[in-house]
Design a protein around this ligand. Structure first.
Ligand code: SF4
Length: 698
């Protein structure tokens, strides 16, 4: 007999439905869920290889204290005691949690509750800071809340889809498949790709703009000016539903076409072609991803894009709108429960005393964080200089993924007390743990995730947890109880946590307006088990509210959206001879630091080792041939050794190195050791795509 379980893929923000089957022999197979509205049965290479990643090789099977096996009570008592004593001696801000967009919403909720409501610090940040913090900041500035207005269907309904800093074909493959199918059925649909690299996504494009790194603000400012000059502004929408248009236009209008060409690195002809397409097409969706977010001007890029949609009233309607594509499987769920250092649960603002009072009253907590906590880069700086003395890292590998990764590694090594909750014992970060708590993973865990179009789906278990592994939410609640907060953390299931999360979302929520999500506050286990994918928020009765802002009402107190005046960053100083702009990112078949995808030989076969994409002319100048071993180094003397991959898809003067590999390969390959920790001043998101490096054949 074969047992089937409906669950959700644990990788990217598309959030595809998966049917996992186990036959009589215990063999697992997976296929796409034809009824899931994100993928309608499709899966990409990573999703379809999930069954190959379920072995116990390298799994954390029992708690460890200083590398020695321990029982759960001893480990949890130690964690609670060390955190409590550190807080008593040095205050709440002397401890920190660093979470992950891989965690389920229920894990995220209890961790936020413990840190913000009971420890009383905002020091809880997440690898989502590396992923979409600039979109969050841009949304909050424009809309008054971190709200993604669009749906996947909008990409299929649009007549023009603009993809900015997004290699959709590799990073959101099933959404790419949906877009490709829509274009095949409606060939008149146009696709513009704005990306310094000519990626696999560019193959679908009618127009590829190989924009200069960080030239996006100038490009969209130029577009706003063009829309005004050609009388394409929706004056009625702008007048009724927005403020700040004239200031944004004034800021945008300071560049001539020659300046614009210089700032973007594009010809006037290409720029005009793009402007004409955007201006003359009513149904436009502009998607943006890490090429926009992972920049020192990421928030301004997001607002430059949103400004153009507000100016034309192209938002909240079918086939139109700005659309942030989240990288991780649950970056959106984390945002809903306040998963960043500068947010509170249910999209409330940590800076707002009324919001803080409301959340504290709901939680009946002894205190509440009075100000935003440390964002990822600052958080690890505080670990390095000793301000943070106890650190709990859950489900992420910052020793590989943070910028200036060697500094982060040294900071964690020097931290007096480090707890790591992880499935694996052998990650670069787990190896530094004083206490390692074994976590359950995909196929074993139960909870919810929210995808890029705000669709909540269930992850359901179909395998027994190996050894003594337990879910992350359980780790947190057991520590919370041991720190003296037994009532507040007396959860017996993810269903109970989800119900409280829903109740908090609805609590005195005048922002809910025409929908009420309080219905889920009374959800019982059976109903939770039976949840089918739905878009959040959902009215008490009837279908989900598909698109935000369809009524022209935004979340600022006056109900109006804000144009944000933005200025392009200064043009970078000319690259010194022999130096390059380092762009980092994903490959098609691996995920993050490969702790799961690295288990599949099929996935590793696509690109078997770390590499560096170089334009052939740049390579020739450095006497580098295809497949040569290349040393990529930064000014601080950090270097990695990777294979040269010569390709004209790479723009001159820049190189691309994937983010996945660690130093476990034959040569040092942690590319983030080369990345400077420059951050966007508004969002705190690191600029992971614009470091300066030199190149030499090894
Ligand atoms: Fe999983 Fe993303 Fe692939 Fe869908 S597109 S199967 S969510 S990795």
């Amino acid at each position: 007999m074969t047992c089937e379980t409906r669950t959700t893929c644990p990788y990217c923000g598309v959030g595809c439905g998966v049917i996992a089957s186990i036959d009589d022999t215990g063999t697992v197979s997976v296929r796409g869920d034809p009824e899931h509205p994100a993928n309608f049965g499709r899966l990409c290479s990573k999703g379809s290889a999930l069954a190959e990643t379920l072995d116990e090789d390298g799994r954390a099977l029992f708690p460890e204290i200083y590398g020695q096996r321990a029982n759960w009570d001893t480990a949890l008592d130690l964690v609670a005691d060390r955190f409590s004593r550190t807080i008593a001696e040095h205050g709440p801000d002397s401890v920190a949690f660093y979470l992950s967009g891989q965690l389920l919403t229920e894990d995220y909720y209890v961790a936020n509750k413990l840190m913000k409501g009971f420890i009383g610090s905002g020091n809880i940040d997440t690898n989502s800071r590396l992923c979409m913090a600039s979109s969050v900041a841009g949304h909050r500035r424009a809309f008054g809340a971190d709200t993604v207005p669009g749906t996947y269907e909008d990409l299929e309904l649009a007549d023009l889809v603009v993809l900015v800093g997004s290699n959709l074909a590799w990073c959101h493959p099933v959404l790419y498949q949906r877009l490709a199918a829509a274009k095949a059925s409606r060939p008149a649909m146009k696709i513009v790709v704005i990306d310094p690299r000519r990626t696999a996504t560019s193959d679908l494009a009618d127009l590829h703009l190989s924009v200069r790194p960080d030239g996006d603000v100038a490009l969209f400012n130029g577009l706003l000016t063009h829309l005004a000059d050609t009388d394409r502004i929706d004056q009625g929408f702008v007048g009724r539903h927005t403020t700040g248009f004239s200031d944004a236009l004034l800021a945008a209008s300071r560049m001539s076409m020659a300046d614009l060409a210089e700032a973007t690195g594009l010809s006037g002809m290409l720029i005009r072609q793009f402007f004409w397409l955007f201006a003359s097409t009513e149904r436009v969706v502009t998607c943006y991803s890490q090429g926009v977010n992972q920049s020192a001007s990421g928030s301004d890029k997001v607002n430059a894009i949103i400004n153009c949609h507000l100016a034309t009233g192209r938002i909240g309607r079918q086939g139109m709108g700005p659309f942030s594509l989240t990288g991780q499987p649950n970056a959106m769920g984390g945002r809903e429960v306040g998963g960043l250092a500068n947010m509170l649960a249910a999209h409330m603002a940590i800076e707002d005393p009324q919001h803080r009072e409301r959340v504290q009253r709901f939680w009946a907590s002894p205190q509440i964080a009075g100000r935003p906590g440390l964002k990822a880069v600052d958080l690890f700086d505080a670990v390095a200089d000793g301000r943070v003395k106890a650190l709990w890292i859950m489900s992420t590998n910052p020793v590989v993924s943070m910028p200036d990764a060697d500094k982060v590694k040294k900071a964690i090594e020097a931290c007096p007390f480090v707890v790591v909750s992880d499935m694996q014992t052998n990650t670069d970060t787990a190896r530094l743990a004083h206490v390692l708590l074994p976590a359950t993973g995909w196929g074993e865990k139960s909870g919810t995730v929210t995808n890029s179009e705000r669709r909540i789906s269930r992850q359901r278990p179909f395998l027994a947890a190996p050894g003594e592994a337990r879910p992350d939410w359980w780790h947190v609640t057991e520590v919370g109880k041991r720190m003296g907060f037994a009532n507040a953390f007396d959860f017996d299931s993810p269903a109970a946590i989800f119900a409280e999360h829903a109740a908090l979302s609805a609590f005195e929520n005048d922002g809910a307006r025409d929908f009420d999500i309080g219905a889920f506050a009374a959800i019982n286990r059976d109903q939770y088990e039976a949840l089918v994918p739905f878009q959040w928020p959902r009215p008490l009765a009837g279908a989900a509210k598909e698109r935000f802002f369809a009524d022209g009402q935004f979340y600022h107190p006056d109900g109006k959206a804000r144009f944000v005046p933005v200025q392009p960053p200064l043009l970078p100083v000319e690259l010194a001879h022999g130096t390059f702009v380092l762009n980092t990112g994903r490959v098609r078949d691996h995920w993050h630091t490969m702790t799961r995808t690295g288990k599949s030989a099929r996935l590793s076969a696509h690109l078997a080792e770390p590499f560096c994409e170089i334009h052939p002319l740049d390579a020739a100048m450095h006497r580098i041939r295809d497949a040569d071993l290349v040393k990529v180094a930064n000014d601080e003397g950090h270097f990695i050794l990777v294979r040269a991959l010569l390709t004209e898809r790479q723009a001159r003067g820049s190189i691309f190195v994937p983010m996945h590999w660690t130093d476990e390969t034959a040569f040092p390959a942690r590319v983030d050791t080369l990345v400077k920790p420059d951050v966007d001043p508004v969002s705190g998101q690191p600029a992971l795509k614009q470091s300066r490096v030199s190149l030499a054949r090894h």
